[in-house]
Design a protein around this ligand. Structure first.
Ligand SMILES: Cc1ncc(COP(=O)(O)O)c(C=O)c1O
Length: 488
């Protein structure tokens, strides 16, 4: 009798763990070498009895594993002739074993260094940046509306919806912006996003060609800069002074057609872009045939003076893309925001968003629409504004001044955070280290600068504190701990 050809894959090397579904383990142990080509098509497997003896398991177990492989098409049988590895559609070359193969990785150009650090998580503490008063959100109302929607959703709303978002929500957002922000827009210009970051990222994908210059505030919102850099932009940091972005510096910058700004309350310094700078910025966009991305992340929070109209409300040339979010009025985890686009861009943006995610989830959109239509939203905005003002007052009233090496607190007329200059970077680190050790959160202003900024290191130093996240008593308690930690 002719001796059987040796198997290219040593089945005696298969190790099975008793008590953990032996047939399943054997099925996997055989499937893997079939898939990676070590057991090529046409290879004859040993008879079930032989395999059972070889592996020290029952023949029944072997039969079950082979039956499964047969059912899924990995092996084929010839009557009276045993079991063969089937002809697989994709016959793969023999690969090195999994252990010796390098782990799959992204192409080098995708491994960009623009890591977006995660904001602090967990329950809010004093003085967390970027979060409003979660404790005031009317969860009972939200839960009622949510239950109402899902109890009997209209079938027409359960298929694929408009990529631009729920038409009713878009209509209500446009109406809200017209009445509360003076922004003359209609529902066709509103695109529902999953938060500002997606809106900014869409702008990056649609408005930037690799190598383009993009002007960003410096210091500024790094997550926006990262989105532009990932799209291939060359970031150009623009100085910010007490009137906001230095538009004269932008005008001197050559070959730049896109600027990202936070005019209502500059992030992180807290200054407001003056009216003359707003007009100059619009003029720049018109002259350069460029675009302005206006991030109005906390524009509802204004405590004194007349709110300045958003750039988008002053724009006569359709040059401004307005970015809005519900994250600072409800809570960031809601992931709901919107863009207000110049009419000529609206369709292209909706088509691009559809490629990423078809559209934003319907439940949250529908419930927000009802929340606005029933007047809860407007009530909530008023309540949040009042609460933020009162929490700001609690911080200003009990702030332990003077603090060696720190400027006095600024006037805070808007937003949910403030920033204070510190004399040196070493002092910034010292103050923040001691605050964190005492369980009090705050950020270093130095973290908001672009790498390689020309501004001297010590001039970048400061503290950034959010004041709206927790109620007044917790603010007072955190300030008491700060006094001790900073030995004041
Ligand atoms: C300047 C700025 N824009 C936008 C956002 C909000 O982004 P999102 O709506 O994606 O949570 C933040 C959050 O902190 C921010 O600081």
């Amino acid at each position: 009798m002719a001796s059987k050809p040796a198997l290219p894959f040593d089945l005696s090397g298969i190790r099975l763990e008793p008590g953990h579904g032996l047939a399943r383990q054997l099925y996997q142990a055989l499937r893997e070498p079939i898939l990676d080509g070590r057991l090529g098509s046409g290879t004859r497997l040993p008879a079930s009895r032989e395999l059972a003896t070889l592996l020290g398991i029952s023949r029944n177990t072997v039969t079950r594993a082979l039956d499964q492989l047969y059912a899924e098409g990995y092996v084929a049988g010839r009557v009276g002739d045993g079991t063969y590895v089937a002809e697989l559609a994709c016959s793969r070359p023999v690969l090195p074993s999994v252990a010796s193969r390098p782990a799959p990785s992204l192409p080098l150009q995708r491994l960009h260094t623009h890591h977006l650090p995660s904001p602090p998580s967990g329950a809010p503490r004093a003085f967390r940046i970027g979060v409003p008063a979660f404790d005031l959100f009317p969860f009972d109302t939200w839960a009622r509306l949510q239950a109402g929607f899902w109890r009997k959703p209209a079938p027409a709303r359960l298929g694929y919806g408009d990529p631009a978002g729920d038409p009713e929500l878009r209509r209500l957002i446009a109406a809200y912006l017209r009445s509360s922000r003076g922004l003359a827009c209609d529902a066709q210009q509103v695109l529902i996003t999953c938060g500002s970051q997606q809106g900014i990222s869409l702008c990056a994908q649609l408005l930037i060609q690799p190598g383009d210059r993009v002007a960003v505030e410096n210091p500024g919102y790094r997550a926006a800069g990262h989105a532009f850099a990932v799209a291939g932009a060359q970031l150009c940091g623009m100085p910010v002074d007490h009137d906001g972005l230095d538009v004269a510096a932008l005008q001197r910058l050559e070959n730049c057609r896109l600027a990202y700004v936070t005019p209502a309350h500059q992030y992180p310094t807290g200054v407001t872009l003056s009216l003359s700078r707003r007009l100059a910025l619009l003029e720049w966009a018109e002259r350069e045939d460029g675009w302005i991305i206006e991030d109005d992340y906390d524009g509802e929070y204004r405590y004194a003076g007349t709110p300045l109209a958003p750039l988008a409300a002053l724009d006569r040339q359709q040059r401004v893309i307005y970015v809005g979010t519900f994250g600072k009025l409800a809570f960031p985890a809601l992931r709901l925001g919107y863009l207000v686009l110049p009419p000529a861009l609206a369709e292209a943006f909706a088509r691009r968003l559809a490629l990423d995610m078809r559209h934003t989830e319907i439940g949250t959109q529908a419930v927000m629409a009802e929340f606005i239509a029933a007047g809860h939203f407007q009530r909530h905005v008023r309540r949040m504004r009042q609460a933020a003002r009162s929490r700001r007052d609690a911080l200003l009233a009990a702030w332990p001044a003077p603090i060696p090496g720190c400027s006095p607190l600024p006037a805070v007329d808007a937003g949910l955070h403030l920033s204070i200059r510190v004399e040196t970077l070493a002092r910034e680190h010292e103050l923040i280290g001691a605050a964190h050790a005492a369980g009090v959160e705050m950020n270093g202003l130095s973290d908001y600068w672009l790498p390689g900024s020309e501004t001297a290191e010590d001039e970048r130093a400061g503290l950034v504190l959010g004041f709206a996240a927790v109620p007044e008593e917790q603010i007072a308690e955190a300030l008491r701990r700060l006094r001790q930690a900073w030995r004041l």
